[in-house]
Design a binder for this molecule. Sequence first.
Ligand code: FPP
Length: 237
Amino acid sequence: MTERALPRHVAIIMDGNGRWAKQHKLQVALGHRKGVEALRSIIRESSDLGIEALSLYAFSTENWKREKTEVEALMALLLEFFSSEIDELHENNVCIRILGDKAGLPPKQREAVERAEIRTQANTGLKLNIAINYGGRAELAMAAREMAEMALRGEISPDDIDEEMLSRHLYTRGLPDVDLLIRTSGEMRLSNFLLYQCAYAEFDFPSVLWPDFDLEAYHQALDAFRRRDRRFGGRNK
Ligand code: FPP
């Protein structure tokens, strides 16, 4: 079978931290902490492999509904991640972008993510997108609102609105579409992640829980992707 290229853009729904914690009789916050360790090595590997973009679903607009202690633990981990990892990411030429509504974040977290974006914006290596306070439908509504406002101001006509213009109003502007979407823990849902960008993505649902998703599991997903026959609605010869 022909082996195809690596995906340009990998998106990951890091699911199963809670179940991992339960299995190990630990508090859920420790499952998330272990999840951060897994994500560190996946980021490094993606950068080493020369993958163009990696998008990680860290906190959805729906995650605020979780227990206060869990939300606080996740917010504390985010802060910790951005202070402890930023130097290494910057040295490795990683460019960080936040996907989601930063205005809805607590001030400290907002400040930390904005600082990381500014510091790494000129980097030309891995484009690391971290979705925080992100929802795919909210993102599409935001894009529609922005374009409607432009039309009202007479800057564009409704006829100008096409797929290309819409994609320029998304958080992912300038990035290629998602090629491979991985969701760990065996759940087979998109859960409002990158709805527009995943139109032609290949899906992989390994049963492993996110804290146990190691480099071997990542390579398995990448190898399976390279064997897929992607037709984008057409027909391969
Ligand atoms: C899903 O597991 C995971 C999350 C809601 C959060 C993912 C966040 C991290 C890995 C850490 C924070 C991220 C960064 C960038 C520092 P779950 O709790 O829904 O698992 P369950 O379905 O087994 O309960």
